[in-house]
Write a protein that binds this ligand. Structure first.
Ligand SMILES: Nc1ncnc2c1ncn2[C@@H]1O[C@H](COP(=O)(O)OP(=O)(O)O)[C@@H](O)[C@H]1O
Ligand SMILES: [Mg+2]
Length: 433
């Protein structure tokens, strides 16, 4: 099967690595990819939001399946573009329709969807310029802390948790009146703060059936002990010790089944990955958000734990036959540690040579590249998040130590990573569920 994968991050390297293991993937193209994905297939230089260029490539290379890594092309309607074109409509498309992608593309859409289907989530109201004054009043009276969310895509920066009413009102005004996050914050969701511990749950769905992938927990803050600025993600672990069978039963019954049932009832085309950002409040799961694709860096621990052939699963999803497939999951723990450039998530430099990449690939650990590029035969840094190292272990502690051992051999100017990924699960028996 001739496959095109869109994206260029660590997530796409992990997906390309997994797809490339399938006997069905031949050839695999990655657009635009990175030096890591080039080892799993052929990189092609394409702008992933230039739909006409994607079409041209798919037609000329006779692509049979397209897998979309990041959210942007999905929210912009790439699925609908394919389905409306007679040269493209038969291509197996992994990713939701524009409507389905609204689960991520509009926080207000997602909240209303959850409300329609009785899915547990924080209580909320939505506001824009038309009910701005009412919004100010609502925000002022709201219990603290209060959560303000820009409705649209804001590259992970559109959520502000306010500790005082004064801060909340001023933030609310900035978002709506000054378009702090551009068009994305013309509408704002104001919601109740939930106090708990977060985790990420993923499914592959065909719009009717779903398969539960291994769950993961990611670490968003730049500093050890979850201190400092928010980032795209500094590491992840899987499995998550508190995601016990009892907890996951609640997640499936109260959240996943009503979500897939809702997609089906509302006739929303959705064949692909669906990410549930959850929070456990005293053992009860609530949805913080949906994403219409896999997470990064969670994919870098989820794919290594998936034993089943991914291409087979994806074909079954496009045929709405996921009820005929079973997943096999590696029992071991997996930990990934993200390596970033000094200064990230604020300003950082690029172009430093990365050394030690060749030494470490073995069957128990992998280097997934993210912000890298090739220059004169060398791999150099090309982004804030540069690469991550995933390792398996008997438990989280063991996997994390292996990751860090491999990281000892990798170097570039300004290298930084957290050494405490999975810290709250170390030295506990729970680590080996
Ligand atoms: N209702 C809430 N209660 C507590 N924390 C929240 C709430 N909503 C969001 N957060 C925090 O803010 C982070 C970002 O919010 P999220 O809805 O996932 O937006 P995005 O990922 O698009 O920035 C969450 O991971 C969580 O830590
Ligand atoms: Mg989030």
């Amino acid at each position: 099967m001739r496959i095109l994968l869109l994206g260029s991050g660590g997530r796409e390297h992990a997906l390309a690595w997994k797809i490339n293991q399938s006997v069905w993937a031949n050839p695999l193209y990655i657009a635009p990819g990175n030096p890591g994905t080039a080892r799993c297939g052929k990189n092609v230089s394409l702008d992933i939001t230039d739909f006409d260029a994607i079409k041209k490539f798919c037609v000329s290379e006779k692509i049979e399946m397209i897998v979309v890594g990041p959210e942007e092309p999905l929210v912009k309607g790439l699925y609908d573009y394919f389905k409306a074109d007679e040269e493209l409509e038969k291509i197996y498309f992994i990713g939701p329709s524009k409507k389905g992608a609204q689960l991520e593309g509009s926080k207000a859409f997602a909240k209303a969807f959850m409300q329609r289907h009785g899915i547990p989530t924080a209580a909320y109201r939505e506001f824009d310029a038309s009910n701005f004054e009412e919004g100010v009043h609502y925000v002022k009276e709201h219990s603290l802390p209060v959560v303000l969310k820009a409705d649209g895509l804001a590259a992970g920066k559109g959520v502000v948790i306010c500790q005082t009413s004064v801060e909340a009102v001023s933030e609310f005004e900035l978002m709506i009146q000054n378009e702090k996050f551009g068009e994305a914050s013309r509408k704002v969701v104001v919601e109740e703060f939930l106090d708990g511990i977060e985790l990420s749950v993923f499914v592959i769905t065909d719009g009717k059936n779903y398969l539960l992938l291994p769950e993961a927990k990611d670490y968003k803050r730049i500093g050890e002990g979850d201190k400092g600025l928010n980032t795209g993600g500094m590491g992840a672990v899987s499995p998550v010790p508190f995601a016990t069978p009892g907890f996951m039963y609640k997640v499936e019954e109260r959240i996943i089944k009503p979500t897939i049932g809702g997609l089906n009832k509302e006739a929303i085309d959705y064949k692909g990955f669906l990410f549930f950002g959850l929070i456990s409040v005293k053992g009860e799961p609530y949805v913080i958000e949906y994403n219409c694709r896999m997470g990064d860096p969670e994919t870098e621990v989820v794919m290594p734990r998936l034993e089943t052939d991914l291409v087979g699963l994806l074909v079954a999803a496009t045929q709405q036959e996921l009820d005929t497939v079973k997943l096999r999951v590696d029992e071991r723990s997996a930990v990934t540690v993200m390596v970033v450039s000094r200064g990230y998530p604020s300003a950082y430099e690029k172009g430093f040579e990365v050394t030690g990449l060749d030494k470490s690939d073995d069957k128990d650990s992998f280097i997934f590249q993210a912000g890298t590029k090739e220059e004169d035969g060398k791999v150099v840094t090309n982004g804030g998040r540069v690469l991550c190292v995933t390792a398996y272990g008997r438990n989280i502690e063991d996997a994390s130590e292996k990751s860090l051992d491999i990281l000892d051999q990798i170097d570039f100017e300004g290298i930084y990573y957290r050494t405490d990924i999975g810290y709250e699960f170390k030295s506990t028996l729970l680590g080996n569920r």
